[in-house]
Design a protein around this ligand. Structure first.
Ligand code: FAD
Length: 280
Protein backbone atom coordinates (compact mmCIF):
# COMPACT_ATOMS: atom_id res chain seq x y z
CA UNK A 1 0.00 0.00 0.00
CA UNK A 2 0.99 3.61 -0.55
CA UNK A 3 0.61 5.67 2.63
CA UNK A 4 0.93 9.36 3.52
CA UNK A 5 1.34 10.57 -0.05
CA UNK A 6 -0.40 13.80 0.95
CA UNK A 7 -0.10 15.43 4.36
CA UNK A 8 -2.11 18.36 5.78
CA UNK A 9 0.30 20.85 4.17
CA UNK A 10 -0.03 19.27 0.69
CA UNK A 11 -3.61 18.00 0.45
CA UNK A 12 -4.87 16.70 -2.87
CA UNK A 13 -8.06 18.15 -4.33
CA UNK A 14 -10.88 15.78 -5.25
CA UNK A 15 -14.17 16.61 -6.93
CA UNK A 16 -17.47 15.25 -5.67
CA UNK A 17 -19.13 13.16 -8.39
CA UNK A 18 -21.85 11.59 -6.25
CA UNK A 19 -23.56 12.00 -2.89
CA UNK A 20 -26.59 9.90 -2.02
CA UNK A 21 -28.16 8.74 1.21
CA UNK A 22 -27.52 5.04 1.44
CA UNK A 23 -30.03 4.07 4.10
CA UNK A 24 -33.74 4.76 4.24
CA UNK A 25 -34.64 8.46 4.38
CA UNK A 26 -36.28 9.72 7.55
CA UNK A 27 -34.35 7.50 9.97
CA UNK A 28 -32.41 8.87 12.90
CA UNK A 29 -29.06 7.70 11.52
CA UNK A 30 -28.47 9.28 8.13
CA UNK A 31 -25.61 7.74 6.17
CA UNK A 32 -24.29 8.93 2.82
CA UNK A 33 -22.36 7.27 0.01
CA UNK A 34 -20.02 9.92 -1.37
CA UNK A 35 -17.89 9.57 -4.50
CA UNK A 36 -14.68 11.60 -4.86
CA UNK A 37 -12.82 11.83 -8.16
CA UNK A 38 -9.12 12.67 -8.39
CA UNK A 39 -9.14 13.55 -12.08
CA UNK A 40 -5.67 13.17 -13.60
CA UNK A 41 -3.86 13.16 -10.23
CA UNK A 42 -2.62 9.76 -8.99
CA UNK A 43 -4.08 8.61 -5.66
CA UNK A 44 -3.47 4.85 -5.40
CA UNK A 45 -5.43 3.03 -2.69
CA UNK A 46 -6.19 -0.50 -1.54
CA UNK A 47 -9.28 -1.93 0.15
CA UNK A 48 -9.08 -1.39 3.92
CA UNK A 49 -7.20 1.90 3.69
CA UNK A 50 -8.65 5.24 4.76
CA UNK A 51 -8.25 8.88 3.81
CA UNK A 52 -8.33 12.14 5.77
CA UNK A 53 -10.70 14.99 4.97
CA UNK A 54 -9.94 18.60 5.79
CA UNK A 55 -13.19 20.43 6.39
CA UNK A 56 -13.00 24.14 5.53
CA UNK A 57 -13.10 26.76 8.26
CA UNK A 58 -11.61 26.94 11.72
CA UNK A 59 -12.28 25.40 15.12
CA UNK A 60 -13.18 27.18 18.37
CA UNK A 61 -9.52 28.20 18.79
CA UNK A 62 -9.32 29.77 15.34
CA UNK A 63 -7.16 26.90 14.04
CA UNK A 64 -7.95 24.96 10.83
CA UNK A 65 -10.04 21.88 11.59
CA UNK A 66 -7.94 18.77 12.11
CA UNK A 67 -8.40 16.04 9.52
CA UNK A 68 -11.10 13.41 10.09
CA UNK A 69 -10.44 9.88 8.88
CA UNK A 70 -12.85 7.88 6.68
CA UNK A 71 -12.52 4.31 5.42
CA UNK A 72 -12.54 3.81 1.68
CA UNK A 73 -15.69 1.96 0.61
CA UNK A 74 -14.62 1.14 -2.96
CA UNK A 75 -12.06 -1.28 -4.41
CA UNK A 76 -8.59 -0.41 -5.66
CA UNK A 77 -9.74 0.15 -9.26
CA UNK A 78 -12.30 2.79 -8.37
CA UNK A 79 -15.89 3.16 -7.28
CA UNK A 80 -16.52 2.72 -10.97
CA UNK A 81 -13.97 0.24 -12.31
CA UNK A 82 -11.29 2.00 -14.32
CA UNK A 83 -12.10 5.47 -12.96
CA UNK A 84 -9.76 7.46 -10.72
CA UNK A 85 -12.32 7.76 -7.97
CA UNK A 86 -13.23 6.29 -4.60
CA UNK A 87 -16.23 6.26 -2.30
CA UNK A 88 -16.84 6.87 1.40
CA UNK A 89 -19.67 5.84 3.73
CA UNK A 90 -20.32 8.76 6.07
CA UNK A 91 -22.75 8.98 8.96
CA UNK A 92 -24.08 12.42 9.80
CA UNK A 93 -23.22 13.29 13.42
CA UNK A 94 -26.11 15.48 14.49
CA UNK A 95 -24.80 16.44 17.91
CA UNK A 96 -26.70 15.10 20.88
CA UNK A 97 -27.36 16.44 24.38
CA UNK A 98 -26.82 20.04 23.32
CA UNK A 99 -23.45 19.40 21.68
CA UNK A 100 -22.80 21.01 18.31
CA UNK A 101 -23.21 18.87 15.17
CA UNK A 102 -20.10 17.05 13.95
CA UNK A 103 -17.94 19.30 11.77
CA UNK A 104 -16.67 17.03 9.04
CA UNK A 105 -19.51 14.51 8.71
CA UNK A 106 -22.03 17.31 8.15
CA UNK A 107 -19.66 19.03 5.72
CA UNK A 108 -19.36 15.78 3.73
CA UNK A 109 -23.04 14.83 3.83
CA UNK A 110 -24.00 18.31 2.58
CA UNK A 111 -21.59 18.31 -0.40
CA UNK A 112 -23.03 18.78 -3.89
CA UNK A 113 -21.79 17.20 -7.11
CA UNK A 114 -19.05 19.44 -8.50
CA UNK A 115 -17.82 20.66 -5.09
CA UNK A 116 -14.12 20.16 -4.33
CA UNK A 117 -12.69 18.55 -1.18
CA UNK A 118 -9.22 18.62 0.38
CA UNK A 119 -7.98 15.08 0.98
CA UNK A 120 -4.91 13.69 2.77
CA UNK A 121 -3.50 10.18 2.93
CA UNK A 122 -4.01 7.44 2.03
CA UNK A 123 -3.57 5.82 5.44
CA UNK A 124 -3.36 2.29 6.76
CA UNK A 125 -1.15 -0.70 6.10
CA UNK A 126 -2.74 -3.32 8.34
CA UNK A 127 -6.45 -3.68 7.47
CA UNK A 128 -5.60 -5.08 4.03
CA UNK A 129 -7.02 -8.03 2.12
CA UNK A 130 -5.13 -11.26 1.71
CA UNK A 131 -4.26 -11.47 -1.97
CA UNK A 132 -3.80 -15.19 -2.33
CA UNK A 133 -6.52 -17.32 -3.90
CA UNK A 134 -8.78 -19.41 -1.65
CA UNK A 135 -8.31 -17.11 1.35
CA UNK A 136 -11.52 -16.72 3.34
CA UNK A 137 -12.82 -13.38 4.61
CA UNK A 138 -14.92 -13.12 7.76
CA UNK A 139 -16.17 -9.54 7.98
CA UNK A 140 -17.85 -8.29 11.15
CA UNK A 141 -19.13 -4.71 11.20
CA UNK A 142 -21.68 -2.20 12.39
CA UNK A 143 -22.91 0.95 10.63
CA UNK A 144 -20.21 2.76 8.68
CA UNK A 145 -17.80 -0.01 9.67
CA UNK A 146 -19.24 -1.62 6.55
CA UNK A 147 -17.16 0.70 4.32
CA UNK A 148 -13.99 -1.45 4.13
CA UNK A 149 -16.13 -4.60 3.92
CA UNK A 150 -17.91 -3.15 0.90
CA UNK A 151 -14.52 -2.41 -0.70
CA UNK A 152 -13.27 -5.99 -0.18
CA UNK A 153 -16.54 -7.62 -1.23
CA UNK A 154 -16.75 -5.51 -4.35
CA UNK A 155 -13.13 -6.33 -5.30
CA UNK A 156 -13.87 -10.05 -5.00
CA UNK A 157 -17.16 -9.61 -6.87
CA UNK A 158 -15.34 -7.91 -9.75
CA UNK A 159 -12.69 -10.63 -9.80
CA UNK A 160 -15.41 -13.26 -9.97
CA UNK A 161 -17.27 -11.39 -12.72
CA UNK A 162 -13.98 -11.22 -14.63
CA UNK A 163 -13.42 -14.96 -14.25
CA UNK A 164 -10.34 -14.43 -12.04
CA UNK A 165 -11.84 -15.48 -8.72
CA UNK A 166 -10.45 -18.73 -7.40
CA UNK A 167 -12.75 -19.34 -4.47
CA UNK A 168 -12.45 -18.63 -0.78
CA UNK A 169 -15.43 -18.06 1.43
CA UNK A 170 -16.96 -14.66 2.26
CA UNK A 171 -18.98 -14.26 5.43
CA UNK A 172 -20.47 -10.96 6.55
CA UNK A 173 -21.93 -10.16 9.97
CA UNK A 174 -23.48 -6.71 9.76
CA UNK A 175 -25.27 -4.88 12.55
CA UNK A 176 -27.40 -1.75 12.71
CA UNK A 177 -30.26 -0.51 14.89
CA UNK A 178 -32.87 -1.25 12.24
CA UNK A 179 -33.01 -2.46 8.64
CA UNK A 180 -33.90 1.12 7.63
CA UNK A 181 -30.70 2.43 9.22
CA UNK A 182 -28.44 -0.24 7.72
CA UNK A 183 -26.30 1.22 4.92
CA UNK A 184 -26.47 -0.57 1.52
CA UNK A 185 -29.38 -2.84 2.53
CA UNK A 186 -30.78 -2.94 -1.02
CA UNK A 187 -27.48 -3.70 -2.85
CA UNK A 188 -26.62 -6.37 -0.26
CA UNK A 189 -29.80 -8.28 -1.13
CA UNK A 190 -28.66 -8.51 -4.74
CA UNK A 191 -25.39 -10.33 -4.00
CA UNK A 192 -25.57 -14.01 -4.97
CA UNK A 193 -25.95 -16.38 -1.99
CA UNK A 194 -23.20 -18.63 -3.35
CA UNK A 195 -20.83 -15.64 -3.36
CA UNK A 196 -21.34 -14.23 0.15
CA UNK A 197 -22.99 -15.54 3.30
CA UNK A 198 -24.70 -12.61 5.06
CA UNK A 199 -26.02 -12.41 8.63
CA UNK A 200 -27.76 -9.15 9.59
CA UNK A 201 -28.35 -8.15 13.21
CA UNK A 202 -30.82 -5.45 14.20
CA UNK A 203 -30.79 -4.15 17.75
CA UNK A 204 -33.89 -1.89 17.67
CA UNK A 205 -36.50 -3.52 15.46
CA UNK A 206 -39.84 -2.79 17.21
CA UNK A 207 -41.38 -5.94 18.64
CA UNK A 208 -38.28 -8.05 17.99
CA UNK A 209 -35.62 -9.16 20.47
CA UNK A 210 -32.42 -7.14 20.27
CA UNK A 211 -29.84 -8.82 18.07
CA UNK A 212 -26.20 -7.79 17.95
CA UNK A 213 -23.51 -9.09 15.58
CA UNK A 214 -22.15 -11.33 18.31
CA UNK A 215 -25.58 -13.02 18.60
CA UNK A 216 -25.53 -13.83 14.89
CA UNK A 217 -21.94 -15.05 15.27
CA UNK A 218 -22.99 -17.44 18.04
CA UNK A 219 -25.86 -18.66 15.85
CA UNK A 220 -23.26 -19.53 13.21
CA UNK A 221 -20.77 -21.01 15.67
CA UNK A 222 -20.18 -24.19 13.64
CA UNK A 223 -19.20 -22.24 10.50
CA UNK A 224 -17.06 -19.80 12.45
CA UNK A 225 -15.32 -22.58 14.36
CA UNK A 226 -14.37 -24.22 11.06
CA UNK A 227 -13.02 -20.90 9.80
CA UNK A 228 -11.14 -20.23 13.05
CA UNK A 229 -9.41 -23.56 12.57
CA UNK A 230 -8.56 -22.74 8.93
CA UNK A 231 -5.19 -21.03 8.42
CA UNK A 232 -6.54 -19.40 5.24
CA UNK A 233 -9.25 -17.44 7.10
CA UNK A 234 -8.85 -13.72 7.80
CA UNK A 235 -11.06 -11.88 10.30
CA UNK A 236 -11.98 -8.20 9.98
CA UNK A 237 -13.80 -6.18 12.63
CA UNK A 238 -14.82 -2.56 11.95
CA UNK A 239 -17.31 -0.18 13.53
CA UNK A 240 -17.93 1.52 16.82
CA UNK A 241 -15.45 0.84 19.61
CA UNK A 242 -18.21 -0.59 21.75
CA UNK A 243 -18.57 -3.64 19.47
CA UNK A 244 -14.99 -4.86 19.75
CA UNK A 245 -15.14 -6.50 23.15
CA UNK A 246 -18.36 -8.41 22.42
CA UNK A 247 -17.06 -9.66 19.08
CA UNK A 248 -13.76 -10.87 20.50
CA UNK A 249 -15.61 -12.50 23.39
CA UNK A 250 -17.89 -14.33 20.92
CA UNK A 251 -14.90 -15.54 18.86
CA UNK A 252 -13.25 -16.76 22.04
CA UNK A 253 -16.38 -18.64 23.16
CA UNK A 254 -16.87 -20.19 19.73
CA UNK A 255 -13.25 -21.35 19.67
CA UNK A 256 -13.59 -22.76 23.18
CA UNK A 257 -16.83 -24.54 22.30
CA UNK A 258 -15.08 -26.23 19.39
CA UNK A 259 -12.20 -27.38 21.58
CA UNK A 260 -9.76 -24.85 20.11
CA UNK A 261 -7.31 -23.20 22.47
CA UNK A 262 -8.04 -19.46 22.19
CA UNK A 263 -4.75 -18.14 23.67
CA UNK A 264 -2.81 -20.15 21.07
CA UNK A 265 -5.28 -19.43 18.27
CA UNK A 266 -5.63 -15.72 19.09
CA UNK A 267 -1.85 -15.35 19.23
CA UNK A 268 -1.52 -17.11 15.85
CA UNK A 269 -4.17 -14.86 14.29
CA UNK A 270 -2.29 -11.79 15.53
CA UNK A 271 1.15 -13.11 14.53
CA UNK A 272 0.02 -14.10 11.05
CA UNK A 273 -1.85 -10.82 10.53
CA UNK A 274 -5.21 -12.58 10.17
CA UNK A 275 -7.15 -10.63 12.81
CA UNK A 276 -7.77 -7.03 11.80
CA UNK A 277 -9.48 -4.56 14.14
CA UNK A 278 -10.49 -1.03 13.25
CA UNK A 279 -12.92 0.57 15.65
CA UNK A 280 -13.55 4.25 16.32
P1 FAD B 1 -16.68 16.15 15.40
O1 FAD B 1 -16.87 17.60 15.12
O2 FAD B 1 -15.31 15.62 15.47
O3 FAD B 1 -17.48 15.78 16.71
C1 FAD B 1 -17.54 14.42 17.15
C2 FAD B 1 -18.73 14.20 18.02
O4 FAD B 1 -18.60 14.93 19.21
C3 FAD B 1 -20.05 14.65 17.39
O5 FAD B 1 -21.04 13.70 17.65
C4 FAD B 1 -20.36 15.96 18.07
O6 FAD B 1 -21.75 16.17 18.15
C5 FAD B 1 -19.75 15.74 19.43
N1 FAD B 1 -19.30 16.99 20.06
C6 FAD B 1 -18.97 18.16 19.49
N2 FAD B 1 -18.59 19.06 20.42
C7 FAD B 1 -18.66 18.43 21.62
C8 FAD B 1 -18.39 18.82 22.95
N3 FAD B 1 -17.99 20.02 23.26
N4 FAD B 1 -18.56 17.87 23.93
C9 FAD B 1 -18.98 16.63 23.64
N5 FAD B 1 -19.26 16.23 22.39
C10 FAD B 1 -19.10 17.11 21.40
N6 FAD B 1 -16.84 7.84 10.18
C11 FAD B 1 -17.73 7.56 9.19
O7 FAD B 1 -18.83 8.15 9.15
N7 FAD B 1 -17.41 6.66 8.19
C12 FAD B 1 -16.22 6.00 8.16
O8 FAD B 1 -15.97 5.18 7.25
C13 FAD B 1 -15.28 6.29 9.20
N8 FAD B 1 -14.07 5.68 9.22
C14 FAD B 1 -13.19 5.95 10.22
C15 FAD B 1 -11.96 5.30 10.21
C16 FAD B 1 -11.04 5.55 11.20
C17 FAD B 1 -9.72 4.81 11.18
C18 FAD B 1 -11.36 6.48 12.23
C19 FAD B 1 -10.38 6.77 13.33
C20 FAD B 1 -12.56 7.14 12.23
C21 FAD B 1 -13.50 6.88 11.23
N9 FAD B 1 -14.74 7.55 11.20
C22 FAD B 1 -15.63 7.25 10.20
C23 FAD B 1 -15.11 8.58 12.19
C24 FAD B 1 -14.78 9.98 11.60
O9 FAD B 1 -13.36 10.11 11.49
C25 FAD B 1 -15.26 11.15 12.45
O10 FAD B 1 -14.81 10.97 13.77
C26 FAD B 1 -16.78 11.31 12.45
O11 FAD B 1 -17.28 11.53 11.13
C27 FAD B 1 -17.19 12.52 13.30
O12 FAD B 1 -16.49 13.64 12.83
P2 FAD B 1 -17.16 15.09 12.84
O13 FAD B 1 -16.13 16.08 12.40
O14 FAD B 1 -18.46 15.08 12.09
O15 FAD B 1 -17.52 15.28 14.34
Amino acid sequence: PYTNLHGPKQPITATVTGNVQVNEAGTENETHHIVLDFGHLPFPVLEGQSIGILAPGVDAHGKPHHARQYSIASPRNGERAGYNNLSLTVKRERGQDGHPPGVCSNYLCDLAVGDTVQVIGPFGASFLMPNHPKSHLVMICTGTGSAPMRAMTEWRRRQRAGGQFEGGRLMLFFGARTQQELPYFGPLQKLPKDFIDIELAFSRTPGQPRQYVQDRMRARAADLAALLADSQAHFYVCGLKAMEEGVLQALQEIAHGAGLDWPTLGAALQREGRLHLETY
